[in-house]
Design a binder for this molecule. Structure first.
Ligand code: SAH
Length: 261
């Protein structure tokens, strides 16, 4: 049985992969209650006037699928939003930019020659869409959040390490691999492009969450801040970004998003 029964109390799930991405959200949670399920912490409470469950997907596709299933089966969430970081793959997708996913592909899925490369067997599809309405709200929230930060920086209120940051909208690739090498990321981008998939960013969870959400008919949207370029310095850029900026990005985007619901 889902945890909540009344529709007005049905929570929005906010998923992150890493504790650093989630920290700022837990700090703002009103009437927080922690529940442990499937070896994971689920934080229930009120965020900016909305009932929410905060959860960590953990890293990788299987862990993300487990958390997503638990959110749906155990907590009966009405929608799921992912906020985290990703490696920039598309041209012009720079560290500090934000990518809102239109759809997802699993870049490490290959059941060829039985099925076309990247196709998820028995689904007859390669790309899994984010929910259009939810994604539009998230895009609006991300644009607003970035603009706020840029204005704060211009007024000298708070420094902005990425004053020219932009919000992109497009395809995100997920796979069980931290992509960390210019050669590897270039090869990944061109292999996907050859199959007709122009990808903006790479991460390790989104496509799994999208697949589970499709199975259950639960609306899903995802936003990723670019922490690195999936290149030879990704292993240096990633941890410093995660500690210094990721949590703040999640806070401001999620606040605007929840207020738009
Ligand atoms: N040891 C690290 C592992 C992080 S893995 C830690 O625990 O701090 C990287 C995480 O950030 C994943 O959740 C993934 O979704 C995202 N990510 C950021 N940059 C990435 C890249 N270049 N390739 C793949 N995933 C990336």
């Amino acid at each position: 049985m889902p945890f909540t029964a009344h529709p007005a109390a049905t929570p929005t799930a906010i998923l992150s992969a890493l504790a650093q991405e989630q920290l700022g959200l837990i700090e703002l949670l009103k009437q927080p209650r922690k529940l442990i399920h499937a070896g994971r912490d689920f934080w229930l409470g009120d965020l900016h006037g909305q009932p929410v469950v905060l959860a960590l997907s953990r890293i990788g596709k299987v862990a993300a699928a487990t958390t997503t299933t638990a959110l749906i089966e155990r907590f009966g969430v009405r929608r799921i939003v992912f906020t985290g970081v990703a490696g920039g793959l598309g041209a012009g997708v720079r560290v500090g930019d934000v990518v809102v996913a239109t759809d997802f592909v699993q870049h490490d899925l290959d059941a060829s020659p039985l099925f076309p490369r990247y196709e998820v067997p028995l689904y007859g599809k390669t790309r899994f869409d984010g929910d259009a309405a939810l994604t539009a709200l998230l895009f609006k929230a991300a644009c607003g959040a970035l603009q706020d930060r840029q204005e704060e920086a211009q007024q000298g209120l708070a420094p902005h390490p990425y004053p020219d940051a932009r919000v992109h909208r497009g395809l995100i690739a997920s796979g069980d691999r931290f992509v960390c090498g210019a050669h590897e990321s270039g090869a990944l981008r061109s292999a996907l492009a050859d199959a007709g998939h122009e990808v903006l960013a790479v991460e390790m969870e989104g496509a799994a969450v999208a697949q589970v959400c499709l199975d259950y008919g639960v609306p899903f949207a995802a936003v990723r801040t670019i922490s690195d370029r999936a290149d030879d310095s990704a292993h240096v850029d990633f941890p410093s970004f995660i500690d210094l900026v990721a949590s703040r990005y999640a806070q401001v985007i999620v606040e605007r998003f929840l207020r738009l619901l």
